[in-house]
Ligand binder design. Structure first.
Ligand SMILES: Nc1ncnc2c1ncn2[C@@H]1O[C@H](COP(=O)(O)OP(=O)(O)OP(=O)(O)O)[C@@H](O)[C@H]1O
Ligand SMILES: [Mg+2]
Length: 609
C-alpha cells in the first residue's frame, strides 16, 4: 500500500454524516497530540456541529440535487407543485437504516416522492452519493492547504455499526469505491464502537484531572446514543501508545431508540395535546416548515434542561422549556391562544413545556436505554474472564449531549462504573476512526482470555438457541492450500440455498484477520470444517490457524460439522491437540466422489439446522 499524505474518516450515521481528517506528518504520529479537522458550519444547520443531516433530495433520475440540512430545507420549504417546477422529485433521510437487517431499524428510514428505499437500485445511488458529497467536502477543506494531492494520497476510514454483517460492510466499501474514495486498499472499514473506544481512551477528557487513567487495564462500555443506541463492552489495556482491545460478546446490544424518537414524540404527541389536534393537523399540512422550526427550537433546548436529584436521588427535570410561537401565532385560534397564555404564566406567543412534560417525553426513550445500559453493565461485572479492573462507560453520540440522559446513566451505574462523556460526544466515532485509519496497528485485537486465575471457564459453552436468521449463518473453515477448490463449491451450494457463508479469503483485509475471524466464528451458528487428506498435518504447530479456528468454535459452543472428503477419515482424539480433542467425537458427514450434490442436500437438511 502506498504511503498516504492524509487520513480521512467518514461517519455515515443514521441521523447525521460528517468527516474528519488529519495530515500524515511526524507531528501527528502521536495519537495523543494529533490534530484533527472537521467541518462544523454545515449550511442551514440549526446548530453548529460536526455532522450534517444524512439526507438527500433527488431529481427525476434519482440524481442527487442537494444534501444534508440544505436538502431538508429545500424539500420542506417548497410545495409539491413548486418542487415539480424545480425538478425535485424525491427526498430521503435516515436511509442508513434501510440497510439494516432488523425490521425495527429499517422502519426509521424516511422517504418521500419517487424515492423507494426498499429498492437496491435506489440505495445503490443514494449511499455513494452522500459519500461522494463527503469526499468533495473533505477535498475542498484540504484544497485550502495546497498540498497537491491526488486521490491516492488520501486513506479513507469508514465506520459501520458493530452488528453489520460482512456483506453489509462489503456493500459500504463498494459504495465508497463507487463514490471515488480510492481503490480498495485505501479504504478501511472499522466498527463504530471500536472507533469510539479508541477516542474514549485517547481523547475523552484530554488534559483534565479526571482523565481516564491511560495506562493500565480497563473494562469499559461504549454507550453510543445517536439516532439509535448501541452498547458494546470491551476489556482493554492501554500502555505505551498501544491499545489492546477485546470485545466482550459479539456485535453489541442495540435498540432502535434515540434522539429523533424524542423529537418525533414532541411533534406527533406533545404538540397536538398542548396546541390542539386540529390546529397541528392544519399546521402540518400548510405550514410544515414552521412546525419543523418549532421542533428545531425543542432540539436546541432539550440537551440543556436543568436536572436535579429527585426522590431517591433519581435525576429529574426541574426547569420548564419555553418555545417561541411568534411565527405560528397568527394561525392559532383565539381560545387556544388564551389557554397558552395562561399556561405560560401570562407570556403571549409562548409554548411552555413544564418540567414534567419534558421529563415524560425524554423518559419514554431514555428509560429503555438506561435498562439496556444496566444489562450490559451487569454482564460486564459478571464477566469473570476479564478480571476486576474498574468499569468505565464512555457516553458518545449526539443524544449523549443531553444532560438528562447523562445524569440518568450516571445515577443508574452509581459506584459500579465511572461515566465519561467527552466534550463533544458526536466526535467520538469520527475522530476515533481517523486514529484507526492513521495507524491500524494502534489497536491490537485480542480474544477474550479463556481463563482467569480465579475462575475456570467451561471448555464447551452450552449451545445457545439461535435466531432464525443466525441458523442460516455458516463459518467455513478449511486448510487454504488443500481445500480451496472444495471450499468454493460448498460455499456456492450453500449460498444458492439461502445460507449466509463466511470464508476468510475474500471477506476481510489481512490486517484485520484475527479479530474478524474470531468474531465471525462466535456469531455464526454453524462451523463447517472441511477435512481432506493433509488438512490436519500442521494442526499441532504453534499458532496454526486451523487449530485456532476449531478451538474457538468448540469453546463457543458452535455447531461444529466436519465434512470429510477424498477418503479422509475422522481424526483420532489422541492425534489432536488437547483443546480440540473432542472434535473426534463429533458427527461428521462424508462426501463421496460423484455424490457431491447428495452430500450437500444431507448437509443442509440434517446438519445445519
Ligand atoms: N450539534 C448537534 N447537531 C445536530 N444534532 C445534535 C447535535 N447535538 C446533539 N444532537 C442530537 O444528536 C442526534 C444524532 O446523533 P448522532 O449524530 O450521534 O447519530 P448518528 O450517528 O447519525 O446515528 P447512528 O449512530 O444511530 O447511526 C440528533 O438526533 C440530535 O438530536
Ligand atoms: Mg453514530
Amino acid at each position: 500500500m502506498r504511503a498516504s499524505k492524509v487520513v480521512a474518516a467518514i461517519d455515515f450515521g443514521t441521523h447525521g454524516t460528517g468527516f474528519a481528517y488529519t495530515l500524515v506528518t511526524p507531528d501527528n504520529d502521536d495519537p495523543r497530540t494529533r490534530q484533527m479537522v472537521s467541518r462544523y458550519d454545515w449550511p442551514k444547520a440549526p446548530v453548529r456541529g460536526a455532522k450534517t443531516l444524512s439526507a438527500v433530495v433527488v431529481d427525476r433520475d434519482l440524481q442527487p440535487v442537494a444534501w444534508g440540512y440544505e436538502a431538508a430545507e429545500l424539500w420542506q420549504l417548497n410545495s409539491p407543485a413548486r418542487r415539480e417546477d424545480l425538478g425535485l422529485h424525491g427526498y430521503a433521510s435516515a436511509f442508513k437504516a434501510a440497510l439494516s437487517s432488523r425490521a425495527e431499524l429499517r422502519a426509521m428510514a424516511r422517504s418521500e416522492g419517487i424515492v423507494d428505499l426498499g429498492s437496491d437500485r435506489t440505495l445503490g445511488r443514494l449511499i455513494p452519493s452522500i459519500l461522494r458529497y463527503m469526499r468533495d467536502q473533505t477535498v475542498a477543506a484540504l484544497g485550502a492547504l495546497d498540498l497537491r494531492l491526488t486521490a491516492e494520497d488520501i486513506r479513507w476510514c469508514l465506520t459501520v455499526p458493530a452488528v453489520w454483517t460482512d456483506a453489509q460492510k462489503l456493500g459500504l466499501r463498494r459504495a465508497a469505491e463507487e463514490a471515488g474514495l480510492g481503490a480498495a486498499d485505501t479504504i478501511f472499514v472499522v466498527t463504530e464502537p471500536e472507533a469510539a473506544a479508541v477516542y474514549g481512551i485517547l481523547d475523552a477528557d484530554k488534559g483534565s484531572a479526571r482523565a481516564v487513567s491511560r495506562i493500565g487495564e480497563h473494562r469499559f462500555m461504549v454507550v453510543d446514543c445517536g439516532a439509535t443506541t448501541e452498547i458494546s463492552a470491551f476489556s482493554g489495556v492501554f500502555d505505551d501508545g498501544k491499545v489492546r482491545l477485546a470485545e466482550i460478546g459479539a456485535g453489541g446490544a442495540g435498540v432502535a431508540l434515540g434522539a429523533p424518537d424524542v423529537n418525533r414524540a414532541f411533534r406527533t404527541r406533545l404538540l397536538p395535546r398542548r396546541l390542539s389536534p386540529t390546529l397541528v393537523e392544519h399546521l402540518e399540512r400548510e405550514y410544515r416548515d414552521l412546525v419543523s422550526e418549532l421542533e428545531g427550537q425543542w432540539e436546541k433546548a432539550r440537551p440543556f434542561v436543568a436536572v436535579a436529584p429527585g426522590s431517591g436521588g433519581r435525576p429529574e427535570v426541574v426547569s420548564p422549556v419555553y418555545l417561541d410561537l411568534t411565527r405560528l401565532w397568527p394561525m392559532v385560534p383565539a381560545a387556544v391562544r388564551r389557554r397558552l397564555i395562561e399556561e405560560a404564566d401570562g407570556d403571549p406567543r409562548t409554548l411552555m413545556l413544564t418540567a414534567q412534560d419534558t421529563q415524560a417525553l425524554l423518559d419514554e426513550v431514555i428509560d429503555p436505554i438506561v435498562r439496556l445500559v444496566r444489562r450490559v453493565c451487569d454482564d460486564l461485572l459478571q464477566e469473570a474472564r476479564v478480571g476486576s479492573a474498574p468499569v468505565t462507560a464512555f457516553l458518545v453520540g449526539g443524544f449523549a449531549s443531553d444532560d438528562y440522559l447523562h445524569a440518568r446513566i450516571q445515577h443508574e451505574l452509581g459506584a459500579e462504573a465511572r461515566v465519561v462523556r467527552p466534550t463533544d460526544p458526536r466526535l467520538a466515532v469520527l475522530h476515533g476512526a481517523v486514529h484507526l485509519g492513521y495507524n491500524p496497528a494502534l489497536v491490537q485485537h485480542v480474544p477474550v482470555p479463556a481463563t482467569t486465575p480465579r475462575q475456570q471457564v467451561p471448555a464447551r459453552t452450552p449451545r445457545q438457541p439461535e435466531s432464525p436468521e443466525n441458523r442460516r449463518a455458516v463459518f467455513l473453515s478449511y486448510r487454504r492450500g488443500v481445500s480451496w477448490a472444495m471450499a468454493r463449491l460448498v460455499r456456492i451450494d450453500l449460498e444458492q440455498h439461502g445460507f449466509d457463508v463466511f470464508m476468510d479469503v475474500e471477506n476481510i483485509d489481512s490486517g484485520r484477520f484475527e479479530p474478524v475471524i474470531l468474531t465471525q466464528i462466535e456469531s455464526r451458528a454453524h462451523f463447517l470444517l472441511l477435512l481432506e487428506p493433509r488438512s490436519l498435518d500442521r494442526i499441532g504447530n504453534e499458532g496454526d490457524w486451523l487449530h485456532r479456528e476449531i478451538a474457538h468454535a468448540i469453546a463457543h459452543g458452535r455447531n461444529v460439522v466436519p465434512l470429510l472428503a477424498n477418503g479422509t477419515g475422522m481424526p483420532r482424539a489422541a492425534d489432536l491437540p488437547a483443546d480440540i480433542a473432542t472434535l473426534a467425537s463429533f458427527n461428521a458427514l462424508t462426501v463421496y466422489h460423484d455424490y457431491f450434490p447428495e452430500a450437500m442436500t444431507k448437509l443442509r437438511g440434517r446438519f445445519l439446522h
